[in-house]
Design a protein around this ligand. Sequence first.
Ligand code: AMP
Length: 397
Amino acid sequence: MTTIDQYDFSNKRALIRVDFNVPLNERMEVSDETRIKAAMPTVQLILEKGGSVVLMSHLGRPKSGPEAKFSLRHVKPALEKLLGKEVKFAENCIGEEANKLSSGLKAGEVLLLENLRFHKEEEAGDEFFAGRLAEHGDCYVNDAFGTAHRAHASTTIVARFFPKDKMFGHLVAGEIESIDKVLNSDEKPVLAIIGGAKVSSKITILESLLPKVDRLIIGGGMAYTFVKAGGGKIGNSLVEDEYLETAAELLKQAEAQNVSVYLPEDTRIADEFRNDASTDVCPTDTIPDGWMGLDIGPETVKRFEEVIGSSKIILWNGPMGVFEMDSFAQGTISIAKALVVATEAGSFTLVGGGDSVAAVNKYGLAERVSYVSTGGGAMLEYLEGKELPGIAAIREG
Ligand code: AMP
């Protein structure tokens, strides 16, 4: 498969699907440039290699047709600042004006197209629409991992028009490489740390990880369903009673597959779901009625730190407690810090999934783990072993 490192971009127009779905403030300025910055290595490399660039993305969820608040024009100033050059803008991602701009591009120039989702054909994966997008490029680069699990026109269908000239950008290549490193590692032990609110949303990933890992830490709200399934008393903690059997079955499967499972031994409990609630610490299987577990306790933190410190490959998805409230953030902070220590000692650490990524960013630790995945849903589906349409479209043929 061709990568952007090998491809000859000189005097070619690269049509790049990026993820510029960024937050805007009330003045319609980009309030977090992370995603734009993440696309820069790919864009810069293509420009350095003598190509020109046509950038396409979605922004927000426009309902039917163009809406000013979802215009990608708002992203242009931030993009120009990061690139250090002027960027041309097409008011519509397809059509005469856009074609005139893209066909007139000279080496080193950049064109940004208006929001793809102003056309319903984008999400419908319409082939005719994809063909009109394809007119803007001599080659196609997919650098939007966050939408790789969708078979949209710009993420998947458009690749058909470039049978020999399609490739992944650095961002997508990095995501695939990092997840593959966890899934197909020769190094051991491999540890997955899964937290967050619900067993129901993580059960598929837990099941698909079992054959791939040696150790599994289960934390966050979902741990209480496992503790209750094992006969523990969990007071008023979050629980999914309809998943008790599933949880018990998963623990059995783990044992059969020689996976060591670590559940929280102790828990920080609260009498109300509030930052200023009364709190205490108790064993996770004897939480008094009227109290709920909102974070892992100090003994658990120590135990989890040891497990992390002695693992070689570590995947983390989902917080250990209600980290949005400072009183219950300590468990999540400790895990993030333990990951940094493990990274410094030579382990490979991958953080993925909205809330754990938010946590490492909040504590300023994102640069100190091996890889932070940008694609929440896409990453989970890839970990679950599903074939992502956007990735398959580049690999096929
Ligand atoms: P998820 O989106 O499934 O990864 O869940 C993340 C959410 O789980 C965060 O908003 C946390 O506040 C929440 N969470 C973590 N631990 C607990 C807990 N012990 N009780 C209730 N919610 C929790």
